[in-house]
Design a protein around this ligand. Structure first.
Ligand code: PEP
Length: 254
């Protein structure tokens, strides 16, 4: 049985001092995350606040990395730097990286491999644009992003990856996908994983939904057996709102 996972993408929000206050508030509201897993992904500058404070039940993720370990890459951060701060996960291929910073599937693949080399678990984001959905291309788009993003991974490596299905048109818009749309796309992703890396990978990889998830709609998404959790952006910035999402995930635990 796949453990439910809620990943909180803070994007470019909160200073280190604000992160410390948030962590204190959230820890009071969510003293235990069991039986689900809750992972916080603050900006690079606040990773140490979450990574170095003990006594909370949250895991730590980075929002990106660069594929080489060291070198002349001004502004970049590598996998060993992230593991040294206590990161266990890293979000890769987010649509904002793809749209605003020109990231492509080949780059996401190099980052996935770099993460795995250092024991970091990649959370690979895939998702179609509105015009791609309107053209009926959703399946082809997400299947292609998945296969290119995970190209070259062994069966063992593929099982440690998490996939986040995030339709571009649903991110930060208040217009979430419907449970039916999500279920259909997750089925496509899971069958692609099973066909390419075997049935164990198909069964074990967690597939999250992301895109305007809120305390009001998360239960409807988690009601689908195809949805293993959520990647939450805007709604996780308020600890009260995130605590409600976690409570919904805990009470809908399968
Ligand atoms: C995201 O950043 O991955 C995301 C899903 O954002 P939001 O929840 O704000 O749509």
């Amino acid at each position: 049985m796949r453990q439910r996972l809620i990943v909180c993408n803070w994007k470019m929000h909160k200073t280190a001092a604000e992160a410390a206050v948030y962590l204190q508030q959230l820890s009071a509201l969510v003293p235990r995350a069991d039986p689900i897993e809750v992972v916080l992904a603050p900006p690079f500058t606040a990773l140490h606040v979450v990574g170095q404070s003990s006594g909370h039940p949250f895991g730590l993720a980075a929002q990106d990395l660069f594929w080489d370990d060291t070198g002349p890459y001004t502004g970049e951060v590598s996998a060993p730097m992230l593991t040294a701060l206590g990161c266990r996960y890293v979000i890769l291929g987010h649509s904002e990286r793809r749209q605003l910073f020109g990231e492509d599937d080949a780059g996401a693949n190099k980052k996935v491999r770099a993460a795995l080399r250092h024991g970091l678990r990649p959370i690979l984001c895939v998702g179609e644009s509105l015009s791609q959905r309107d053209r009926g291309d959703t399946e082809n788009v997400v299947r292609g992003q998945l296969l290119r993003g995970l190209e070259g991974l062994s069966k063992e490596e593929s099982r440690t990856v998490t996939i986040a299905y995030e339709p571009v048109w649903a991110i930060g818009t208040g217009r979430a996908a419907s449970p039916e749309q999500i279920t259909a796309t997750h089925q496509t992703l899971r069958s692609t994983l099973a066909n390419s890396w075997g049935s164990e990978t198909g069964e074990q990889v967690r597939i999250l939904y992301g895109g305007s998830v809120t305390p009001d709609n998360v239960s409807a998404f988690l009601a689908s057996a195809e949805v293993d959790g959520a990647l939450v952006g805007g709604a996780c910035l308020d600890p009260h709102s995130l605590a409600k999402i976690v409570a919904c995930a805990q009470s809908s635990q399968r």
